[in-house]
Design a protein around this ligand. Structure first.
Ligand code: PMP
Length: 435
């Protein structure tokens, strides 16, 4: 099967979309493609021309069981035809989902639901500020936590140089005060982290960390780094917030925190928890979650019309139930380990300066000699080689992110045959990268 990358059909669809939707899409990550996808099932997606691709984007994380999973869809249809959104009192399945999450996630005493990762991280800022009476937030360079003003700082790729400032706005239109309120530290910089707490510790409401960074590929914390972060937050009275929007229920059912053995005070979850339905969760200690109150009293709050809606909640309950009963995580780890090992061999055979990192079902191929340990290093991945690699994979029916630091992931419907095909395709694509 050869995937066509250009066709009159999809160009016409893009053109039509651009007439009425700015950029033609509702999320910036969807720009930069010729393809328009019209069908998805299991491990695969199909474009308008009928070309089939093994999907390793998986909607940037949510699709974990497989596209259009019938079991999840049935649970959603059942919920939707029993009692839809009433807007009054606990919603059906909501506390069951919260019970499930508190039993899985070590740091979760209580859980509140919202609709996106951006929502969950924004609410974490509000709770941390309400609890500490402080304003500033610490985060790591390159880590993305959604679009609320104060978190949309410090991961801009524009004008990134060896010496460019760490705390710059990721978007036009942010309140300038947002940038001033954020302390940005290079990922894995022990000294920088200590210095930041020395200087700002008493002003920090919270420190945000991905635990295992997925914002610029897959870059783990150096041994001891998360432990140091935990220690400094405790010492200075700042809340430690783990952004597990990508790692949650994918790296482990207990979140990446259950692997790291470092427990945050608050955790944001989203993506993989409902196999594509839109839901997010903010989980945390009784103490911090106890700061949620009523907005009529000016207390911190999580309010939202669609929060904990029965459709997404049903999808999440079913997804997590299947993840647990079928030991999906072990299956994902087996597939991921095989794939990473195969790509590593293919890199050695091709003799290209590239390397693979990742955990469980996720990985990134960097076109540089050594694995990066921070954002600047990750951004040094050779973009020309990556473009050739990506385009070769696409033409072989393998769908991966179009940018060099993109993290990719497989879903549980991926077969061992798909993995073999992907490794073969990598052999071709890695050679193409060197032409
Ligand atoms: N945090 C992380 C680590 C993410 O990867 C994302 C989304 N890519 C977000 C937060 C924001 O989530 P959402 O797109 O659901 O708003």
């Amino acid at each position: 099967m050869t995937a066509s990358t250009q066709s009159e059909n999809s160009l016409a669809t893009w053109e039509r979309a651009r007439q009425v939707v700015p950029r033609g899409v509702s999320s910036g990550h969807r720009v930069g493609w010729d393809q328009v996808f019209v069908k998805a099932a299991g491990a695969y997606v199909w474009d308008e021309q009928g070309n089939k691709y093994i999907d390793y984007i998986n909607s940037w994380g949510p699709i974990i069981l497989g596209h259009c999973d019938a079991r999840v869809n049935e649970a959603v249809f059942a919920a939707a035809s029993t009692c839809d959104l009433t807007g009054v009192g606990p919603q059906s399945g909501e506390y069951e989902l919260a019970e499930r999450i508190t039993s899985l996630v070590p740091s979760a005493d209580k859980v509140a639901f919202c609709t996106s990762g951006t929502d969950a991280t924004m609410h974490a800022v509000h709770i941390a500020r309400a609890a500490t009476g402080r304003v500033k937030i610490l985060k790591f360079h390159g880590s993305y936590h959604g679009w609320s003003d104060v978190l949309a700082v410090g991961s801009s790729r524009a004008d990134l140089t060896e010496t460019s400032p760490l705390a710059t706005a990721n978007s036009a239109g942010l309140h300038p005060g947002a940038v001033a309120d954020v302390v940005v530290v290079e990922w894995n910089d022990f000294e920088g982290l200590r210095a930041a707490f020395d200087q700002h510790g008493s002003e920090l409401a919270a420190a945000f960390s991905e635990g295992y960074v997925h914002s610029f590929g897959c870059v783990p914390a150096a041994p001891g780094f998360l432990e140091l972060l935990r220690e400094l937050c405790t010492k200075h009275g700042a809340a430690l917030v783990f952004d597990e929007v990508k790692t949650g229920f994918r790296a482990a059912l207990g979140g990446y925190q259950s692997i790291a053995g470092v427990l945050p005070d608050l955790t944001a979850f989203a993506k993989a928890m409902a196999n594509g339905y839109s839901i997010a969760a903010l989980a945390g200690s009784d103490d911090l979650m106890g700061h949620l109150g009523a907005y009529s009293k000016n207390e911190a709050t999580i309010d939202g019309t669609y929060n904990g809606n029965p459709y997404s909640v049903a999808a999440a309950n079913k997804t997590l139930e299947i993840m647990e009963s079928d030991d999906v995580i072990t299956h994902l780890y087996d597939l991921g380990a095989r794939l990473r090992a195969g790509i590593t061999d293919a890199i050695a055979d091709a003799g290209v300066d590239a390397c693979v990192s990742g955990i469980g079902s996720e990985w990134t191929v960097y076109f540089r000699k050594e694995l990066p340990t921070n954002f600047r290093q990750a951004m040094e991945s050779n973009t020309e080689q990556y473009a050739k690699y990506h385009s070769s994979l696409l033409s072989q029916g393998i769908l991966e992110p179009a940018f060099a630091t993109g993290d990719r992931r497989l879903n549980a419907s991926t077969t061992h045959d798909d993995i073999d095909r992907t490794i073969d395709a990598n052999r071709v694509a890695l050679r193409a990268a060197m032409l």
